[in-house]
Each structure stands twice: as structure tokens, then as C-alpha cells.
Design a protein around this ligand. Structure first.
Ligand code: APR
Ligand code: PHB
Length: 403
């Protein structure tokens, strides 16, 4: 057994772990990341790409913003197509100047991985059997197996950045945590293609055939999504079928100018709302997807991970500066306040924009009660105050400052 020591042991090299590690290292707080798969595997996951200002600021503070600032596109707003009628949510105008940045999660993750390697910070990729021990004591540690050797990593705190399927959350005894969950009766079929985006802003489409989203990664790369029933398989959807269905769900003028091409990635993701309370247990802290999941409709997944990182980063800095770990007990409460906002907004957007009559997604729908209730969106879109409520939440609630 090889024994090593660090201040902060981080499980998972996704965006949460990498961002926290980079921020802490800049403040001289050493940390080691233990990751189950290879860096390339992490980068192979295609995820959303809308960054709130709070996230952008953190990436700048971590000193990893050079490429994002050069290549990321600032979006002043987005469109919602309501049964073919287009409504612009002008974020900038409705929020007094706030915008979002469009820059893929894959890109930001790559930038942070490179910065970590350049700074000589340690990441144990391809580690198996990670286990967290003694977190209710002052000397917690993590064990794992890497490259033929067993390791013991002694630390002050363990941060679980290991996503929804990780081990960290389950380390909290079942009777000490409450899990709130809602699953949705449909999934999102995503397609990535090297074609110019159909519009320079995102278009969220509510249609009788189900939801669709036109998004992008750059001026030459598009990302589109279709609501599909949960029992559909990627193999059921040839590129041709995807493009045909997308054209039917986009507003008419957009459909007419849509440029199609071969897919470079296609996958189906289920939609879930999930929160684990509390987000800490002794000296174990959960960050990002390890503690909560949102359906992608509000583009909040990565942004909620970022606000967890911001809170824990500030608390850890304060704890080390003042040599007093007791401030860390505030983490879960602070993080959860913002998480619940994001959960509610994502749930609301999902309810408003999808069609819940799952039997008939893709065909004509019977009018259901939920369908009539989602006409609340009609009211929001047709009133400035309503659009402002959407815009204020889309750009993100402010982070709590920690004194
Ligand atoms: N040991 C080590 N690493 C693990 C383990 C384990 N037992 N289990 C999972 N991991 C790693 C995964 O391989 C992954 O690289 O933890 C990482 C978790 O990364 P993400 O799932 O991307 O979670 P997070 O960093 O919190 O990112 C949140 O990314 O998942 C999206 O929608 C989400 O946008 C949000 C953001
Ligand atoms: C994406 O580009 O993948 C994306 C954008 C906005 C969302 C969800 C996904 O709400």
C-alpha cells in the first residue's frame, strides 16, 4: 500500500472536480483527484454548453478562461417557439445587461484538464475501487487501486465530485440522507453535426409533436435535441428520420433554412430531477451531479455544479485562512438554497415545454389536463413580466457571498 497525503481529496475529474481543484491550487491549497476512467473517456461525454456569468467568472478566477474568452459566444437571448409562434427572451434587456456564454462543457473540461497537467497537479486516472473512510473523524482517507498498486490518500476533507453514479453520496449512511426524485416519462435524443446552427440563438420549441431544441457548439457545429419516448433506441433514429422530425418541430422559417448533415454523435438521455439532502457528512462534501440532477431544459446542470464549487471553494479558503474548519458546516445549507432554485426552474421549463402524453409523442396528441396547464407558458410569453421571470432565472440567481 502506497500512502500519500494532501489537503483536499477529490473524487472525480468531471467539470466539478477539475474546477474546484484548479481554484484551490491557485490559493495554495493542495489537492489530488482520483478518477475512474481515462481523460479521453471523460472528454467523450457530450453535455450542454450554456454558461451563466457566475460560472464564467469562476473559470476566469481559476485562470483557465483564455480559450473560452476567445471562442465562446456571448448570447444576449434565446427564442421559445410556442406551437410555431416565435417569442424572443431578450436576456440582456430583461435582466439589465446579463447574458450567457455558449461554450461546450467538453471544451471547458479539456481546458481545465490541460491547465491541471501544466500546473503539475496530480490526477490518478483509471483508478478503481475508490472508497472513502472515516469522514466523521478529523483524519479521513480515500483508498483506491491504480496501475497495479493500492493507494491510501490521507487528507483533511474529501470532496465527492463523482457524478450521479459515483460512490460518494452512498458513503453517507442511508438514514442520514434524504433523496428527492422525479423522473420524466420521456428522454432527449441528441444529435451533434458539423453543420452551421440554424439560428445564432437557441430555439426551445414546444409543439404538438413534442419538444425540440436547436442549440450549437460553434459557428460550424450544431447540437439538436428531440423529445422521444423512453422506449426508443438510438438505432430507431436514422439521421434522416431525425432531421425530418426536427423540421416538423422547428418554426417554419427555421425549418426552411436548416442545414442537415451526417451526425457525429447521437444519444438518448433520460430526464431526471434529483436532490440529496444534506450535501455533506462530516468531512465529506458532495458537489455537482453527485448531489443533484436537473433535466437539461433550463441548462442548469453545469451551472449548479459551479455554484456548489464556488461555495465550497470560499468556505475551504476561509477554513484554511482562519485555521478553523467549523465554517465548513455551512456548506450544505448554502449550496442547497441555490440548488432548489435551479431544480424548480428546470422542472418548470420541462413541464411547460414538453408534451406529457407519452403514448403519442411524435404523432398528434389528445388534449390532456397537463397539456392545458402548460398553456401557462402562453401567458408568460405574452407578458413582459413573464418573460422577465424566465430571463432572470435563465441567466442564473446570484451566488451567496460568504463572509
Ligand atoms: N471513482 C472515481 N471517479 C468516479 C467514480 C468513482 N467511483 N464514479 C464516477 N467517477 C467520475 C466519473 O468518471 C466522472 O468523470 O466522476 C466524474 C463525474 O463527472 P460528471 O458526471 O461530469 O459530474 P460533475 O463533474 O458534477 O459535472 C456536472 O456535468 O454531468 C454533467 O449535467 C452535468 O453539466 C453537469 C455537470
Ligand atoms: C446544449 O447545447 O446541449 C444545450 C443547451 C441548452 C439546454 C440544454 C442543452 O437547455
Amino acid at each position: 500500500m502506497k500512502t500519500i497525503r494532501t489537503k483536499v481529496a477529490i473524487i472525480g475529474a468531471g467539470p466539478s472536480g477539475l474546477l474546484l481543484g484548479q481554484l484551490l491550487a491557485k490559493q495554495g491549497i493542495d489537492n489530488i483527484i482520483v478518477e475512474r476512467v481515462t481523460g479521453d473517456y471523460v472528454l467523450g461525454r457530450i453535455r450542454a454548453g450554456i454558461l451563466e456569468q457566475g460560472f464564467v467568472d469562476l473559470v476566469r478566477e481559476a485562470g483557465v478562461s483564455e480559450r473560452m474568452d476567445r471562442e465562446g459566444q456571448v448570447h444576449d437571448g434565446f427564442d421559445i417557439s410556442y406551437y410555431g409562434e416565435l417569442f424572443n427572451i431578450n436576456l440582456k434587456e430583461l435582466t439589465g445587461g446579463k447574458t450567457v456564454m455558449c461554450y461546450g462543457q467538453t471544451e471547458i473540461t479539456r481546458d481545465m484538464m490541460e491547465a491541471r497537467a501544466e500546473a503539475g497537479l496530480t490526477t490518478y486516472y483509471e483508478s478503481s475501487d475508490a472508497a472513502i473512510h472515516d469522514v466523521t473523524t478529523d483524519s479521513p482517507y480515500v483508498t483506491f487501486f491504480n496501475n497495479g498498486e493500492n493507494y491510501r490518500l490521507d487528507c483533511d476533507v474529501v470532496v465527492g465530485c463523482d457524478g450521479f453514479h459515483g460512490i460518494s453520496r452512498k458513503t453517507i449512511p442511508a438514514e442520514k440522507r434524504t433523496e428527492h426524485e422525479r423522473v420524466y416519462p420521456f428522454g432527449w435524443l441528441g444529435l451533434l453535426s458539423d453543420t452551421p446552427p440554424v439560428s445564432d440563438e437557441l430555439i426551445y420549441c414546444k409543439t404538438k409533436r413534442g419538444f425540440a431544441l436547436a442549440s450549437m457548439r460553434s459557428e460550424t457545429r450544431s447540437r439538436y435535441y428531440l423529445q422521444v419516448p423512453l422506449d426508443h433506441k438510438v438505432e430507431d433514429w436514422s439521421d434522416e428520420r431525425f432531421w425530418d422530425e426536427l423540421k416538423k418541430r422547428l418554426p417554419e422559417e427555421a425549418a426552411a433554412r436548416l442545414v442537415t448533415g451526417p451526425s457525429i454523435e447521437k444519444s438518448i438521455a433520460p430526464l431526471r430531477s434529483f436532490v440529496c439532502e444534506p450535501m455533506q457528512w462530516g468531512n465529506l462534501f458532495l458537489v455537482g451531479d453527485a448531489a443533484h440532477i436537473v433535466p437539461p431544459t433550463g441548462a442548469k446542470g453545469l451551472n449548479l455544479a459551479a455554484s456548489d464549487v464556488a461555495a465550497l471553494y470560499q468556505l475551504l479558503c476561509k477554513a484554511y485562512r482562519e485555521n478553523d474548519k467549523s465554517v465548513l458546516t455551512r456548506y450544505s445549507e448554502i449550496a442547497l438554497r441555490r440548488v432548489w432554485h435551479g431544480e424548480r426552474f428546470s422542472w418548470w421549463m420541462s413541464n411547460m415545454l414538453h408534451d406529457f402524453d407519452e403514448q403519442e409523442v411524435g404523432g398528434m396528441k389528445k388534449a390532456t389536463f397537463d397539456h392545458f396547464m402548460s398553456s401557462e407558458l402562453d401567458f408568460f410569453l405574452n407578458h413582459r413580466e413573464g418573460r422577465q421571470v424566465i430571463a432572470t432565472q435563465y441567466v442564473g440567481m446570484p451566488y451567496e457571498s460568504i463572509e
